[in-house]
Write a protein that binds this ligand. Structure first.
Ligand SMILES: Nc1ncnc2c1ncn2[C@@H]1O[C@H](COP(=O)(O)OP(=O)(O)OP(=O)(O)O)[C@@H](O)[C@H]1O
Ligand SMILES: [Mg+2]
Length: 388
């Protein structure tokens, strides 16, 4: 992954950034402060946000000493572990000073990449604020420790509710699925259309959509986010990073990243929400392992649409709503990026679908099929392998 291109195309800014970076390499906290200043000055995020943040040198997120976070998680006890991703483990903790319940991500201390991810995440979440983006409470950069402190999302990730659901856990009904999809799309719309310059998220997937009370969705994990193209540029060129199965084909092949790469990933997530299938599932027959490849021929035949609905729904969905949701997903995962819709149009469509009442009592009931369970630990270990 390359360094966050705060400077766009300006070579003078690039020099300043490089100098600052070299100067401050030894002190990551200073590095965050200075880089954030450059980013905000250059990016001119809304005046309201700038004033909220108290000017370019201000970091909204708090810094924590390592011992406070160790105490919050009772020394990173395994019982506090919420999950593990490609970059480290996430623990539930309680901050002694405020009594606030938080999620603490401890980054693996192996190499430069984690440090870059950390810096980008702190920068992005210090600048970007929206009801559908997770809040960063603070961070710790003591010595070689790198930890991120987030608001705790009590219902975990969308992945926990869609795939490998533990017995007894409530299945997501159709309306909740549409509300989650609409909320996630709004978070993405904020990054694409409200942030200036736009932010390409690059890591949209079910495990990065966290759920609060009432299944309110928030996007998390901004370590891979990039400032989007400015001026007449149509893309930014970068090393291909992301998660297998969610990555737009043109980005995977050329490294050319556009806002439409995120729209493709969103289409994959929407397909997962509708079908209950994983983006990549190696336990399935070869033709069904890649969700988009499996779905494409089915999109062409309306009579097959009902076969695509998650069997867990037991047929309890509005048929028109299913068709329309599948139509949105089909548009988002088109091969040609310019054929994909802009996220604002996706938001409009999903807002409509989320506002439709789905009365389970009036919906036809089909045969159900529940996916076999996979232990959580196995899933976590698979994640590192899926990362690029
Ligand atoms: N703020 C949070 N509140 C509650 N649970 C969280 C929070 N952040 C993360 N988690 C849990 O921790 C798990 C691991 O998160 P993490 O972001 O490290 O990895 P991931 O998104 O699952 O995978 P990857 O590293 O490939 O992106 C999540 O799937 C989620 O269940
Ligand atoms: Mg994540």
């Amino acid at each position: 992954m390359s360094w966050i291109p705060c400077s766009g195309n300006s070579s003078s800014k690039a020099k300043i950034k490089k100098k600052k970076k070299t100067q401050l390499q030894e002190n990551p906290v200073d590095q965050i402060k200075v880089t954030s200043g450059i980013l905000k000055t250059k990016s001119s995020l809304s005046a309201k946000e700038a004033s909220n943040n108290g000017g370019p040198d201000h970091i909204a997120a708090q810094t924590f000493p390592f011992r406070e976070l160790a105490a919050a998680t009772r020394n990173f006890r395994p019982e506090c572990l919420l999950g593990e991703g490609g970059f480290g483990r996430v623990y539930k903790g309680r901050l002694e000073s405020t009594n606030q319940v938080v999620a603490i991500k401890q980054l693996d201390r192996n190499g430069l990449q984690g440090n870059r991810e950390f810096l980008v995440e702190v920068l992005m979440l210090s600048l970007l604020h929206h009801p559908n983006l997770v809040n960063l409470t603070g961070y710790c950069a003591d010595g070689d420790q790198r930890l991120l402190v987030y608001e705790y999302m009590p219902l975990g990730s969308l992945e926990d509710h869609l795939h490998d659901i533990s017995p007894g856990k409530k299945r997501l009904d159709w309306s909740t699925r549409m509300k989650i999809a609409a909320g996630a799309a709004k978070g993405l719309e904020y990054l694409h259309d409200k942030a200036n310059p736009p932010v390409i998220y690059r890591d949209l997937k079910c495990s990065n959509i966290l759920l609060g009370e009432g299944y309110h969705p928030k996007l998390s994990d901004f370590g891979l986010a990039k400032l989007g193209p400015v001026g007449d540029n149509t893309h930014v060129s970068t090393r291909v990073m992301g998660t297998y199965g969610y990555c737009a084909p043109e980005y995977a092949m050329t490294g050319q990243l556009t806002l439409k790469s995120d729209v493709y990933s969103f289409g994959v997530v929407l397909l997962e929400i509708i079908t209950g299938r994983k983006a990549i599932d190696c336990t399935k027959a070869t033709a069904e392992q890649n969700l988009v490849a499996w779905a494409r021929p089915l999109f062409k035949d309306r009579s097959k649409f009902s076969q695509m609905a998650d069997p867990v729904l037991q047929g309890q969905y509005p048929p028109r709503g299913l068709y329309q949701a599948l139509a949105v997903a089909a548009m988002c995962v088109q091969e040609q990026p310019n054929m994909r819709p802009v996220i604002a149009d996706v938001v409009t469509a999903l807002n409509y679908l989320a506002s439709q009442k789905c009365d389970p009592d009036t919906q036809p009931v089909q045969n159900s099929r529940f996916a076999p369970g996979t232990p959580r630990a196995k899933r976590d270990s698979e994640k590192k392998a899926q990362r690029w």
